[in-house]
Structure formats: C-alpha cells, structure tokens
Design a protein around this ligand. Structure first.
Ligand SMILES: Cc1cc2nc3c(=O)[nH]c(=O)nc-3n(C[C@H](O)[C@H](O)[C@H](O)COP(=O)(O)OP(=O)(O)OC[C@H]3O[C@@H](n4cnc5c(N)ncnc54)[C@H](O)[C@@H]3O)c2cc1C
Length: 396
C-alpha cells in the first residue's frame, strides 16, 4: 500500500468518517480542525438511503439511533399561534434524524484512540512534490504527508488553497438560513412550530429530550455582501429581516443574542467537475455541498467518505486511480441529491402570500393528493442513487 499518510482538514462529519474508513483500510490519517475543540452544537440533520447502510457497516447505526431526535410533526401557525396546517415527521426528519454535533461526537469517539486529531489549527499552504505534499499550518510546524483531503465544509479552506476561489464553484440558491440554540420556552414536546410571512420563515423545534430548542430563520434574498467571520454583522442582518414579523419572533431574536452556537449562511451548492487535483481531494460539503434545502448533505458526507477511502484501498493507495474512480462513483449520487434542493425553497419559504396560501392548501390536502407518495419517495430515491461497493477492509 502506498500513500499511507493522509492529512484531513475538518472534524465534523466527513472528516472523522473518512478517518474511520482510512484506518480500517490500513492508512494513517491525521485530522486538523480549526475549532479549538469538537463543535458539539448544531441543528438536526437527517439520513436517508445508502448512508444508513454505511453507518451500519461502521457499526455505528445503533449509537446514531440512540441519539435520534425522534421528532414529531411540524405545525405551521399564524401570527396569533393558531395552527394552520401540519407536516408529518418524515417530511423534515428523513429516516433517521440526529443533531449534527451528536453525530460528530459519535464519529470522533469511534476514531479518537487511533487517529491523530489536531484542534485549533488550520492549513496555510499545500505544496505538492513528486512523491508527497508539504503542508504548512497557522500554528504547527510544517509537515510532510502523502495525500491531503479537504473535509472542511462549504467554505473549504483546502479548496480555496488548491482549486481556486470559492465563487467559481459556489451556486447560491437565493436563500439564507440562521439557526441557534434557545430555551424551549414554548414547552414543545418533540415537535416544531413554524410561522411564515412572505419570503420569510421563522420556527422553533425542541431538541435533546425537550431540554432545549433550536430556533431557525430562513429568508429569500439576492446575494448579500457580508463577512463570514463577522457574527455581529450576521445577527444584525437577521434582526433587520425579521424586525416586523410577529408571533414568537421578538422573543427568539432576543434569545439569539445569548445563543452559544449562532449559525448563519447562504443556502449554496458546490459544483465541481472533479473532486481532486493531484494529491489533494475533497469530501462532503467541501466537494459537493447540496445545501440544507436538499436534506442530503450528511448522507453525501458519510457515503463520500466511505467511497473515497474504499477506492484508495482498492487501488493500493494509488491516488491518481482512486481519486478518478471516487469522482466517477459519486457523480450521479451528487447530482440526484443536489437536484432535490431545486424548487424546495418555495415550499419552505413561500415568496408571496398567494404562494403561502397555495402551499398551505397543498399541505392540508396532502393525505388525499395522488402525488403524496411521490413527494415522500423522491428523497428516498436520491438517497439510494448509488450502489455501494463492498470494499474489503484490512482490519475489523
Ligand atoms: C441549517 C442547516 C440544516 C441542515 N439540515 C440538514 C439535514 O436535514 N439533512 C442533511 O443531511 N444535512 C443537513 N445539513 C447539511 C449538513 O450539516 C452538512 O452537509 C454536513 O454537516 C456536511 O458535513 P461536512 O463534514 O462535509 O462539513 P461541515 O459539517 O460543514 O464541517 C466542516 C468542518 O471543517 C472545519 N473547518 C472549516 N474551516 C477549516 C479550516 N480552515 N481548517 C480546519 N478545519 C476547518 C469546521 O470547523 C467544521 O468542523 C444542514 C446544514 C445546515 C447549515
């Protein structure tokens, strides 16, 4: 086996999942994460289709199921909190829903004993030599590796360093999302309550056995010019957009000021023809972010990590062969998952009052609509749009 020393940037979902499989196949991964420690917080993410089979092959399906949110229905309410219409649990939560931070913790715990994790650091340079890569870091001394993989999310640092500027690969879908932890002040019991105004959705759902809740704000907008690192500026954008929205919005905006895990970003996709350049590859959102509107990002990250490690092992570590087959194996799956996000925005963030009425009418009639099954089956079909190769492992 050649090219055993693999540096992975990012310790959320794709990074630790890749480290897991690389160890199984006899590689020696190192994971570098910018955050000072594992980021525990975060929103609910869900699994569909092939990703559940990968979790099972990892022996982690039981742990994920034990941490599942078991969310019930979401109720859409008017500004006086009167229920208008509801959507069934499978609509938001897929086949298995778990908080992103809990999933990261499960993957980290499964790898931390035999994988080197370096927290609080970031790659600053990647220089390819004939037989390896010299990597420089913001804090650590330079080190040599055989391969580098960017698992560092939508705004991937490795992609910027090696593939080029993000804007060349990013496609914004015209929506922004903010999400953060708040007290469960509505006393929600494994349930969500959402309110819409044209072009804006505000909601709250309970989490961690109802001991807390997640507030979410979505709005449609042309591209906004803001600093990704300036949280204060992002909070002000959310306040500005929702200033005149009633219901529980003022309380949630107040809670936003104290939230420990404020998140804000555009709903964007990453489109690349190839997920590698030389000795550097990308996995997860860094390579093929599908946007939260698809509900498939976690599935893509878990399956992508499995395929990338498996192809490397199958090629005896020959990165040129493995990275090529990795892209080929994933391409159709990525296209199917990214397609799911297209058109979803209007249903989740209706642009006008007329659309809002139309959406609510559809949800009300859902049990009787002939295409109901199709709506449920489409995400499942996308989640299964890949045939997983078995990839023999070197060690159990
Ligand atoms: C609001 C919201 C809701 C979502 N809902 C769903 C859902 O229902 N279902 C679903 O499947 N998916 C959902 N997703 C998407 C899902 O969260 C992502 O697709 C998934 O987390 C991708 O994992 P990742 O490891 O590739 O990237 P990320 O989870 O983005 O992790 C990237 C990691 O890299 C680290 N990093 C960043 N820069 C650097 C650097 N310079 N050096 C080192 N480390 C760095 C970050 O700190 C982070 O730990 C949602 C996303 C959002 C934002």
């Amino acid at each position: 086996m050649q090219n055993r020393r693999v540096l992975i940037s990012g310790a959320s979902v794709a990074g630790p999942a890749l480290a897991f499989w690389l160890r199984r196949h006899g590689f020696t991964p190192t994971v570098v994460e910018r955050a000072p420690e594992l980021r525990d917080g975060g929103y609910a993410v869900d699994f569909r289709g092939a990703s559940l089979r990968v979790l099972d092959r990892m022996g982690l399906l039981g742990a994920a199921e034990a941490a599942a949110t078991r969310m019930g229905a979401v109720t859409y309410v008017d500004s006086a909190d009167r229920p208008l219409v509801g959507t069934p649990p499978t609509y938001q939560s897929g086949e298995l829903e778990i908080l992103r931070g809990d999933l990261a913790r499960i993957l980290y715990d499964a790898t931390k004993d035999d994988v080197e994790y370096v927290f609080g650091d970031s790659i600053t340079g990647v220089a390819e030599r004939g037989d390896g890569v010299t990597v420089t870091f913001a804090r650590s001394e330079p080190r040599g590796f055989d391969l580098v993989v960017g698992a560092d999310g939508l705004h991937s640092n490795v992609r910027s360093l090696v593939f080029g500027e993000e804007r060349a690969f990013r496609r914004d879908l015209g929506y922004y999302v903010s999400i953060f932890t708040v007290p469960n002040h509505l006393g929600l019991d494994r349930a969500g309550r959402f309110h819409n105004e044209p072009n804006r959705t505000v909601g709250v759902y309970s989490a961690r056995d109802n001991t807390e809740a997640k507030a979410l704000f979505w709005f449609g907008s042309e591209g906004l010019d803001y600093d990704h690192r300036d949280v204060e500026q992002q909070r002000r954008i959310v306040e500005e957009k929702f200033r005149d929205v009633g219901w529980e919005t003022p309380t949630l905006l107040k809670a936003m000021r104290k939230a420990p895990d404020f998140y804000f970003d555009s709903a964007s996709q990453i489109k690349l023809d190839s997920y590698s350049r030389g000795r550097v590859a990308l996995v997860g959102d860094a390579a093929y972010c599908a946007a939260p509107l698809s509900g498939m990002g976690t599935s893509l990250a878990i399956v992508g990590a499995y395929v990338l490690a498996g192809e490397l092992a199958a090629a005896g570590g020959d990165h040129a062969t493995a990275f090529g087959t990795y892209t080929a194996e994933m391409r159709g799956f990525v296209a199917a998952c990214q397609k799911l996000a297209e058109g979803n925005g209007k249903w989740f963030v209706p642009p006008t009052r007329a659309w809002l009425k139309f959406r609510n009418l559809n949800y009300r009639l859902l049990p009787y609509l002939p295409w109901r099954k199709l709506i449920e089956e489409l995400p499942l079909k996308a989640g299964n749009a890949i045939t997983l190769k078995p990839y023999a492992v070197a060690r159990a």
